[in-house]
Ligand binder design. Sequence first.
Ligand code: ZN
Ligand code: ZN
Ligand code: FE
Length: 762
Amino acid sequence: MQRENLKRLRIQLEGRVQGVGLRPYVFRLAQDLRLGGWVANSSAGVSIEIEGSANAIANFLKRFPQEKPTHALFQHMYVQDIEIQGEAHFEILPSFLEKKSTALLPDLATCSKCLEDIFDPKNRRYQYPFTNCTKCGPRFSIIEEAPYDRSRTSMRNFAMCEACQEEYDDPQDRRFHAQPNACAECGPQLRLWDKKGAVLSENHRALLQSAEAIREGKIVAVKGLGGFHFIVSAYHGEAVASLRARKHRKEKAFAVMFSSLQSLKAEAEVSSLEETLLLSAAAPIVLLKRKKISQISPQVAPQNPLLGAMLAYTPLHHLLIRELGFPLVVTSANLSGESICYDEKNALERFQGIADLFLVHDRPIIRHVDDSVLRVIGGREMMLRQARGYAPLTFEIEESCESVLALGGQMKNSVAFSYDKKILLSQYIGELQTAEARKMHRRVLQDYANLYQGKTKYIATDMHPDYFSTQEAKQWESPQVQVQHHHAHLASCMLEHGLRKKVLGVLWDGTGLGENHELWGGEFFLATRADYERVGHLMIFPLLGGEQAIYEIRRIAISLLYQLFNKDLFSKDEMQFLFEGMSQTKKSIFTKMLEERKHSQLTSSMGRLFDGVASILELRQKVSFEAQAAMELEFLADQSQSEQSYCFPLFWQDSKWIADWKPVLLEILQDKRDKIELSEIARKFHNSLAELVCQLALKLGQKQVILSGGCFQNKLLTEIILQRLKKKGFEVFWHHRVPPNDGGIALGQAIVAIDKMQEESK
Ligand code: ZN
Ligand code: ZN
Ligand code: FE
């Protein structure tokens, strides 16, 4: 057969795909069509690779869903073209892990059998918090180097006892070659420390004493799988409040851990996809709709109809939570914005004054990993924070490329790199304005360099000269490629969907530096992964006092409204809410700044327009974390069913479409005067944005539209745009596994750099 006609696909299936006879079915179908390859259960579902003629592969894809076993349910099917391997025969592999070529495997949530073991008084692993088997347990967080073998993990200093060794050597045992296999005799041990690091108790006693402290409302720092968490009772309002005060986290929601799906369902609505995600071996945090009646303290997620929920995913968490009998606030141990802490000595120093007790163990954490966060949007999961169970995210690319190391953005930083035909996105690192996150950034870069022995040919960074990641690039001698922030967002989404031809990108976020030194963020690009043209944007406005405006959002409203009313703004009665408690001096400084257009950066940011509207609707005038007001505007809009929208005109200027928000604000003010429900106004604002996208897409006539940038974490906004664009015949792509926020920037930088280089070499 001619090589050109050969294809190889990787298919990842999620849903009800294990234990339903899917593997033998795939095997028979592949045999029938004379395809080579393999099928195996994987942590996320079932993985298949098939190789053969393009024809046979097309047949497979057609017949596969039609003839599938009755009980199988495909929630998601990811199909990827990959490199041909010349494989002619087909086999069922015992476990996906054996064929995976990447060095890092994800940590897997405790399986049901191990769970039975730890709660069975007759089992030798009764109450042992580090129980695991080949189907579950630590991987990513304990691997020192590849290949995955006990001697190259942080379990290497624990010699197995006779009983464990027997299991490890027995091919019939489910702990056959389970690298972190251990028991109370030979494995890691728990210890409870006081604030000074003095041992209070050990093993099960330490667990019981921690539980007692949590019950009393104390804050316990618990060394988990990929780092420390602060744990308090989710029912204990005072405990949650004191955690907020000590962690300097005023209002941002905390995640809650439940012992079982059943207990979780008492607090939140769970769809079948959400259920699948929660129960998956990745066991992420899923943002769910809270129930009205709840036992959970309102302090956990103030002003927030959502609950970030996850299920216990290690034996330690299961034992603790079952002992307590109520859900727990489980939040990454750090001060706001820092990276998660994963070393007990460091924890003791850093968390003086935060944690009352430290529950630690002696299995070193090699690699930090936070809990992943997902939200279901448009009927699909969307990754908001990519970490445990998912990272590193790997994509195959079409041609082999030079190795690129992408240093990411400033916020929600992660890094990416490429080698051969692969491109990888690291786990979430943190906000790089904190020293701890910067240290972690360096460490992660070093870690991946060691693991993949990559020799970096190119460095990709953001264009922003002040980003720590951009500064850091100076340490490399390799040639550097600067990638515009929103182009990186767009390219990351194109990569996820295997798109290469020109698309229309709707790129909305808080900020990213533009080519003209303005702060972009309400952008429309016509682009490929190598290049972009800025074909439109939100009309620019000054960001009063720069960065400060992000937190004092009335500055944005003042700046926007000044464009409408000039100086009159300051004296208008209906605008006085903007100046409440503001000194005359500050007021005159603002006036001066606006009049003289001084000390103000110009921005076209959609995120800021959301802040401005939230301020005008008097939802709040200050926020304690970025996008807080925008989120509240979304939640408010979600309470209305209105189909109406405001007029959001586009005009043509300097060869670009400018989206004029002035008429929108005027109509909003009129609705406010007319005492229209705030939820309806918020909804109409969302609808107008969807209409704006439709208008522009129709003008440009580009069939494929990409939605990327932090604003598309807004479920309502994304779903309305999706619906309206689809109705008009557009093909819409949004984020699933790559975060739409700055957590995906590094991946975009890497692929832009690769494609640019390839274009140049042509
Ligand atoms: Zn297990
Ligand atoms: Zn043992
Ligand atoms: Fe961004």
